[in-house]
Design a protein around this ligand. Structure first.
Ligand code: GDP
Ligand code: IMO
Ligand code: MG
Length: 427
């Protein structure tokens, strides 16, 4: 049996997971999304053509890949079908796509509740993507969720929708003063518009993944969101409602840890975050604006400006522990090409004490002052560099400093959005 590989985000999302998943998928047979939903926006750029994927795994562009939506994902059936349609219209064959019958459905009322919760929080809002992710996972945990397989039995589907809306309609009407949702009308709409087109995709994906592993096929588990948006390990409550960390790959795909031997942590050469929450190395000055402008740091599907900051090795060391990272893949180093100086956060000062560990108490993270190691910039266009020996000494120095402080080898470096814009560093 060939063990599986995980590709996951090590910061606050949008590190370039889509780009590296697409790149590594060349050598894989199957790509599995294991958590999250259409809050994700994974961008692939191939031969100058851009694909922004939300639910469909980033291996879909290859003919040899079986793209799988695992049981840990929350699926909006309307969004999934429109993404499939978009891919088909652009000449991509989606017939091999498989969706777990155990994945939970996002219904329109989850999306409505997400927006209402955010409005209700006022100044304390989380800045969610308003895709219904939190409410759908909440229903799953409350045992009020509806699974993809329920669509296959009309009686069960209607019954579950009734039971779930018995609760949700009370929340909508009594807490938020909104109109109730008619379960029968919604069931009619979902069954009429989604059942037939989704049917061929629905299967037991855990079995499918194990059959692939047992046949010595290479399986890649694709994370969405990132380590510090993890429900358990992230900067709670400013997190998503699933587990993007490596453990989430096991539960969200149905494989044990011994089936995995490679964990690729994707990190941007700096840090960005969308939505609220602590961010020690955040930049509020012209340097931050320059990163946003050059890096085009606006959300792939929400269009929101991303908050910029310097690379934080304290966070990355913690991410390495949480995920058992075996290697790092660094993206967007080209964004720093014109900078005179580049900085790495190597420790924090909290209440006049230096610490190299992420503080356990989150209120300390809110007033942590980063301690930086400064290095000269390389002042060279890296976008066409494909061999490590062609990297300017300053750029190599920056990468080596990241490796040293994080304690994980860098295997891949991305120098532009295109599939071919990368180089492999020798082990
Ligand atoms: P993901 O959510 O982790 O897949 O990342 P996103 O797709 O949301 O955001 C990454 C953005 O950076 C996308 O627009 C990519 O096309 C782009 N990108 C990826 N790698 C590089 C790189 O090395 N350099 C530059 N300039 N852009 C990159
Ligand atoms: P990819 O996979 C960046 C953030 C939201 C918000 C928080 C909770 O493209 O890296 P949610 O809608 O999940 O309940 O929002 O999580 N967030 C992301 N930030 N990239 C993402 O996905 C994100 N998905 C959610 O901005 O702060
Ligand atoms: Mg993204």
């Amino acid at each position: 049996m060939v063990p599986a590989t995980i590709v996951l985000g090590t910061q606050w999302g949008d590190e370039g997971k889509g780009k590296f998943t697409d790149l590594l998928a060349k050598e894989m047979s199957m790509v599995v999304r294991y958590q999250g939903g259409h809050n994700a926006g994974h961008t692939l750029v191939v031969d100058g053509e851009t694909f922004a994927l939300q639910l469909v795994p980033s291996g879909v562009l290859y003919d040899h890949i079986v793209p799988v939506i695992g049981n840990g994902v929350v699926v909006d059936p309307f969004v999934l079908l429109s993404e499939v349609d978009m891919l088909n219209r652009r000449g991509i064959d989606t017939s091999r796509l498989r969706v777990s019958g155990n994945a939970h459905l996002i219904m329109p009322y989850h999306q409505q509740l997400d927006a209402l919760h955010e409005r209700h929080l006022g100044k304390s809002k989380l800045g969610t993507t308003k895709r219904g992710i939190g409410p759908a996972y909440a229903d799953k945990a409350m045992r009020l969720g509806i699974r993809v397989q329920d669509l296959l039995d009309e009686g069960i589907f209607r019954e579950k929708l009734h039971a779930s809306l018995l609760h949700t309609n009370k929340v909508l009407t009594k807490v938020f003063n909104r109109l109730p949702v008619d379960p029968d009308a919604l069931a009619d709409k979902v069954l009429t518009e989604c059942l037939e087109p989704l049917k061929p995709f629905i299967t037991d994906t855990t079995d499918l993944i194990h059959e692939a592993l047992e046949a010595d096929q290479h399986v890649l588990l694709e994370g969405a969101q990132a380590t510090f948006l993890d429900l358990d390990h992230g900067t709670y409550p400013f997190v998503t409602s699933s587990n993007p960390t490596a453990g989430g790959a096991c539960t969200g795909a149905g494989v044990g840890p011994r089936h995995i031997d490679r964990v690729v942590g994707v990190a941007k050469a700096y840090v960005t975050r969308v939505g609220a929450g602590p961010f020690p190395t955040e930049l509020f000055d012209d340097v931050g604006t320059k990163i946003v402008d050059i890096g085009r740091e606006y959300g792939t599907n929400t269009g929101r400006r991303r908050r910029p900051g310097w690379f934080d090795t304290v966070m990355l060391r913690h991410a390495s522990r949480l995920n058992s990272l075996t290697e790092l893949a660094i993206t967007k180093i080209d964004v720093l090409d014109t900078f005179d100086v580049v900085k790495l956060c190597v420790a924090y000062e909290i209440d006049e004490v230096r610490t190299e560990k992420l503080p356990y108490h989150q209120s300390e993270l809110h007033h942590a002052t980063p301690i930086y190691e400064e290095m000269p910039g390389w002042k060279t266009d890296l976008s066409e560099i494909r061999r490590p020996e062609d990297l300017p000494a300053e750029a190599l120095n920056y990468l080596k400093a990241i490796e040293k402080h994080v304690g994980v080898p860098i295997s891949l470096v991305s120098t532009g959005p295109g599939r071919n814009q990368h180089l492999r560093l020798p082990a």
